[in-house]
Design a protein around this ligand. Structure first.
Ligand code: SAH
Length: 457
């Protein structure tokens, strides 16, 4: 069967959505074309550069009618850097797009009808919001050291002296490490040859505590002249922890397991609302603290606890949602697959004087069905916050059998949220509230929170 487009020919295409890397997606006679750099509502002229059976790639050669939301990126390397995808889209446009995407997915995949237009809760200032940075380090020309981010779909480093999504203190820290490495000829890691020392600079900044951690990830056990590096880093106000992380594996995984202290503590503290957390370089912690508070407060509002409820917090990480809920519920039980995160969750509960929260390590889709079968566990409210692939069917089946009064679903992928909503609606649940909270400005990622209740009260 012949395709409606040919390679190396020019076509006009109108973009209607964005793909997982922020590329525009449009159709020519129903045939899908991906166009890097094009925005929804734009009509563009493209040269077809690659064709597959069911889709193709077009290189944008002209914008015939631009999106009203098109803006000049703030960052000079936005076009090449893979760190964020949507700087050419005004923030207002990003929010409108994310809200529409959630609504479309819930209607198309979730089978919901007549949803009202959803608001998206954005940031007042959508820049410099991240509390964690991971800069790959590489060898540039003539002994220069490169520090930045990987280019789109590659592991080539785009040198980035300033990143507007990160806390400004990173601009100081990366210069110090870069100059130190050049001066003392400390080698950067070469991924292909699996040689060289410094792989990544990782930083964490406690937004409320002001505490800063610098973690240098190395392919070795020590760093030469580390006392000089420490002395220089200590010029930066707020640093409480300087550590090395040993990663000698030939892998894309950034961190190894071993942490060596160069100066200060191995963790930093931070707080969300009035709850304090101790965070190690290895644990998962929400990266946008301002919006995390908005998100968790929405979760509390949706759960509308009265103090008598038993709550399950599934995919609980270091127990952040559990601890947010604990004072308002009778009992909380959190489940999470990473053992270190559960250790942190237990410690964090204790540190905040919370004794009605218990935690168990395991896959939610195994632990919950097992506890239901063995002990007939019940819950008034269940919170789920799964990774992008959403909840396993076995877990959803058990949730449907437990029949909690309320399910608060926190999702980082509207398509899998919609799929799971579809399943639950067939089992006698209904969606009563959906909110989009923008946790990741300038990126394609969409965070949604939905309140799902059982139909028969
Ligand atoms: N609710 C937490 C973490 C959300 S991120 C917070 O707000 O901070 C999703 C979490 O799910 C991660 O910590 C990940 O380790 C965990 N996870 C992934 N698959 C899982 C599974 N099958 N069962 C339980 N937890 C899982």
């Amino acid at each position: 069967m012949s395709l409606p487009v040919e390679k190396n020919k020019i076509y006009e295409v109108t973009v209607d959505s964005l793909g997982s890397n922020g590329e525009g997606i449009g159709r020519i006679e129903g045939f899908t074309i991906f166009v890097e750099g094009a925005l929804p509502e734009e009509t563009v002229k493209v040269l077809i550069v690659k064709l597959k059976k069911s889709y193709g790639y077009g290189k944008m050669i002209e914008i015939i009618s631009p999106s009203p939301y098109r803006v000049e990126p703030r960052c000079p390397v936005a076009k090449f850097c893979g760190g964020c995808q949507l700087q050419h889209f005004s923030y207002e446009g990003q929010l409108a797009y994310k809200a529409r995407k959630v609504k479309d997915d819930l209607e198309r995949i979730g089978g919901l009808k007549n949803l009202e237009d959803l608001p998206a809760f954005g940031m007042e200032n959508p820049w410099r919001y991240r509390n964690k940075a991971q800069f790959p380090v590489g060898n540039g020309k003539e002994g220069a050291v490169e520090v930045g981010f990987y280019a789109k779909r590659s592991h080539r480093i785009v040198d980035t002296p300033v990143c507007y999504l990160q806390d400004a203190v990173n601009d100081e820290i990366t210069v110090i490490v870069r100059n130190f490495m050049e001066e003392f000829k400390v080698s950067a890691y070469d991924e292909e040859k699996h040689k060289g020392l410094v792989r990544h600079i990782l930083t964490r900044v406690g937004r409320n505590s002001g505490q800063i951690m610098v973690c240098i990830v190395i392919n070795g056990k020590s760093i030469p002249y580390s006392e000089v590096l420490v002395e220089r880093l200590l010029q930066v106000k707020g640093i409480v922890s300087i550590v090395l992380n040993v990663n000698k594996e030939q892998t894309n995984v950034i961190l190894g397991k071993k942490i060596i202290t160069l100066w200060g503590k191995q963790t930093i503290e931070d707080s969300l609302d009035s709850i304090t957390f101790e965070i190690s370089p290895l644990s998962f912690y929400q990266i946008n603290p301002t919006q995390t508070e908005v998100l968790y407060n929405k979760a509390v509002e949706m759960a509308d606890l009265r103090g008598e409820e038993t709550v399950l917090d599934l995919y609980c990480g270091i127990g952040t949602i559990s601890l947010f809920f604990a004072k308002k519920a009778k009992k909380i039980f959190g489940v999470e697959i990473i053992p270190e995160a559960i250790e942190d969750a237990r410690k964090n509960a204790k540190r905040n004087g919370i004794y009605n929260a218990t935690f168990e390590v395991g896959a939610a889709e195994e632990v919950i069905p097992r506890l239901y079968q063995e002990q007939g566990i019940t819950a008034d409210v269940i919170v789920v916050d799964p990774p992008r692939k959403g909840c396993e069917q076995t877990l959803l089946e058990t949730i449907a059998t437990i029949r909690p009064e309320k399910l608060v679903y926190v999702s980082c992928d509207p398509a899998t949220l919609a799929r799971d909503v579809h399943f639950l609606c067939e089992k006698g649940f209904q969606v009563v509230d959906v909110q989009v909270v923008d946790q990741f400005p300038m990126t394609i990622h969409v965070e949604t929170i939905a309140l799902i209740t059982r139909v028969d009260k």
